[in-house]
Design a binder for this molecule. Structure first.
Ligand SMILES: Nc1ncnc2c1ncn2[C@@H]1O[C@H](COP(=O)(O)OP(=O)(O)OP(=O)(O)O)[C@@H](O)[C@H]1O
Ligand SMILES: [Mg+2]
Length: 319
């Protein structure tokens, strides 16, 4: 089973739209599904770092790596949960805009730093938490990434905000990152009852079609409480509405962003585990590709099934 590491930047120049919450909980839910994840906290606020249960620590961030003082391997930290790792943030990163802003390689600096990690194939997903500004850090994150996931709230002028960031994506695609893709748009803090919410979602869907994730993340108090416990809500309150939504979102995300390349077909009949998997799958199991992926990595999966992983219908062959 080969891995093709995908880099995803979670970005929106607008503040407080749920970027960090999405980074933390998508990463957690993916790790519970046996995907190896590296979160890179690029925001000096360090909310992703804290939300994943780590402290800010001077010298442990992208800052010394970008400054050429440390190797990237030295700043990758494990979390309490298997498959879930983080490059934390620290206040020094706030100086990056000014300090590195005049460097000739400023647009390429994050891409160059991440390259050996990406090439190693150790991780399925490298998820970048971007700060809420279109400064040099966010721009170089958009150069480093394969695709951009945009969290938005369904509110007045949502389309205007989207136009700003999709405009940036277009410009970078025309220039320094020609393979940059819009990964998708995910609605956060949704209040489905509100009429405006429904209208905004319909408008964005009309404009962006399949790029809009079907899973809506509801506004849920458990989600907002979890960061103070240093634990993603999908682990802290796995049955809460917010956690269930983020887990469903992770399934949808994995199906749309596969990273495992199945071994070439063999003529011999498949092993029993692989043969049973499709039958065990329910309507909820996301995609055939995902089933094949899980079946052919059954041994690996069994080995790293974590206590926090939630069983879903159709997961019997996974356990
Ligand atoms: N689904 C949700 N339900 C309730 N509260 C939420 C939800 N998602 C996020 N929040 C809360 O909204 C606030 C902003 O969320 P978050 O920090 O994820 O946004 P952000 O876009 O990363 O912000 P910034 O632009 O400052 O980096 C936080 O207090 C968070 O706990
Ligand atoms: Mg944030």
């Amino acid at each position: 089973m080969q891995r093709q590491t995908k880099v995803i930047a979670i970005a929106n120049q607008k503040g407080g739209v749920g970027k960090t919450t999405t980074v933390v909980n998508l990463a957690a839910a993916l790790s519970a599904r046996h995907r190896a994840v590296l979160v890179v906290d690029l925001d000096p606020q360090a909310h992703a770092t804290l939300g994943l249960g780590l402290e800010k620590q001077q010298g442990i961030s992208m800052y010394p790596v970008l400054a050429g003082e440390r190797e990237i391997g030295d700043v990758i930290q494990p979390t309490k949960w298997s498959n879930l790792n983080v490059i934390p943030s620290e206040v020094d990163l706030a100086g990056a805009e000014l300090e590195f802003g005049m460097r000739e390689d400023r647009l390429m600096m994050i891409k160059n730093a991440l390259e050996p990690v990406k090439a190693s194939g150790v991780f399925d997903y490298i998820i970048l938490d971007c700060p809420p500004s279109l400064g040099i850090v966010m721009t170089s994150a958009l150069v480093a990434t394969d695709s951009v996931l945009i969290p938005i709230q369904a509110e007045f002028l949502a389309m205007d905000g989207l136009a700003l960031i999709t405009g940036s994506i277009e410009r970078l695609r025309a220039g320094v990152n020609p393979t940059l893709e819009l990964n998708g748009i995910v609605f956060t803090m949704v209040n489905v009852q509100a009429r405006l919410t429904q209208d905004v979602i319909a408008e964005v869907q009309q404009h962006f079609g399949e790029k809009v994730y079907e899973t809506l993340i509801p506004r849920n108090v458990r989600v907002s409480e979890a960061p103070s416990m240093g634990t993603p809500v999908v682990f802290l309150e796995p049955r809460s509405k917010g956690a269930e939504a983020y887990k469903a979102f992770a399934w949808e995300f994995m199906a749309k962003n596969p990273t495992r390349i199945a071994a070439p077909a063999v003529t011999a009949p498949p092993p029993p585990a692989a043969a049973e998997k499709p039958a065990a799958g329910s309507a909820e199991a996301p995609q055939a590709a995902e089933a094949a992926d899980n079946a052919s990595s059954a041994a690996e999966t069994a080995a790293d099934e974590s206590a926090t992983a939630e069983a879903r219908p159709g997961d019997a062959a996974d356990a």
